[in-house]
Ligand binder design. Structure first.
Ligand code: DGY
Length: 324
């Protein structure tokens, strides 16, 4: 038996970040290419002091009850809706995440979805492969031009602001909603209804929590212009996925670009997958080698700090330190 505290790695990170953890912990890595079920997570982590998780691993009351030695949980993600933060804090368990390092990669994917949906990139690729490109035709595959158009950002945290900067480089006018309304050059803050009814592209950049769950529902989608596009790279449950599919089927909006879903992986028979004019990605907002390695490094730094009883580099619940 190892004298080192046990850390369960529920999702192996990209790169060699775990090598830095090994001097401080007995590192046990989940070996399957799928998330561990709750029972499997508990079976491996019941005696662990630390756990490294991805967005697919839920840390809730049942897991915490079954893992009494936990001192630190480290999410390899900026979002942490997979954590019951209140329960973690109650139990004095430090919870970490990886903000900052994935901002550019995720903003790039939002921009890619904006361009792919407005300029029909996937449709064009498929049309070529299907032999539908027979000659140059002035009316073939016409799209919507974002230059001079209005982008509506729901949320102006790090990623929202990075999308704003990219959109400004494409000569877009930028509207935004935000709790904090931080003054930013070229961003006009408005109420959500105005943003929805004026924007040509609406892009979602808020964290998922009880205030934002379902915030873009049937009523909100109904306010969007029939020529407009909805892009979601934040969390699926912020948008009513069924209402979005219905709107796409009815032509109530022109298109959508989606990287995140209510259930992941999304089922192939889900209405959103079957809907027309939608570009779908498999939750790859942060998926570049550079970013995934940086996320791994930060998640491991959080674990090492937590094991040593030091404040995490990025702590979701710093109140735990006042309890100690
Ligand atoms: C995040 O960091 O929250 C991403 O969604 C994970 O890729």
């Amino acid at each position: 038996m190892s004298a080192l505290p046990k850390v369960f790695i529920a999702r192996p990170p990209e790169g060699d970040a775990l090598d830095r953890l090994r001097p401080y912990a007995e590192v046990v890595v989940w070996g399957e290419d799928r998330p561990a079920s709750r029972e499997e997570l508990i079976a491996h982590a019941h005696d662990a002091v630390g756990v490294l998780t991805s967005v697919a691993d839920r840390i809730d009351e049942a897991v915490l009850d079954a893992c009494p030695n936990l001192r630190v949980v480290s999410n390899m993600a900026v979002g942490y809706d997979n954590f019951d933060v209140a329960r973690l804090t109650q139990r004095g368990i430090a919870a970490g995440n990886t903000p900052g390092v994935l901002t550019d990669a995720t903003a790039d994917i939002a921009m890619a979805l904006i361009l792919a949906s407005t300029r029909r990139i996937v449709e064009g690729h498929n049309a070529l492969l299907a032999g539908e490109w027979t000659s140059w035709n002035a009316s073939f595959m016409l799209g919507f031009e974002i230059s001079g158009a209005t982008l509506g950002l729901i949320g102006t945290g790090r990623i929202g602001l990075a999308v704003a900067r990219r959109a400004q480089a494409f000569s877009m006018r930028v509207l935004a909603t935000s709790r904090t309304r931080r003054a930013e050059p070229g961003i006009e803050y408005v109420e959500l209804d105005q943003l929805l009814s004026e924007s040509d592209v609406v892009s979602v950049h808020v964290a998922l929590n009880e205030q934002t769950r379902g915030m873009v529902g049937e009523r909100e989608i109904g306010l969007m212009k029939p020529t407009s596009f909805l892009v979601n790279t934040a969390r699926g449950a912020i948008v009513d996925q069924r209402a979005l599919a219905t709107a796409l089927n009815r032509g109530a909006i022109a298109g959508a670009g989606i990287d995140v879903y209510c259930e992941e992986p999304v089922a192939l028979d889900d209405p959103i997958v079957q809907a027309p004019n939608v570009v779908l990605l498999p939750h790859i907002g942060s998926a570049t080698t550079k970013t995934r390695r940086a996320m791994a490094d930060l998640a491991v730094d959080n674990l090492i700090a937590g094991l040593a009883g030091r404040p995490l580099v990025h702590c979701i619940n710093p109140e735990v330190y006042n309890q100690r």
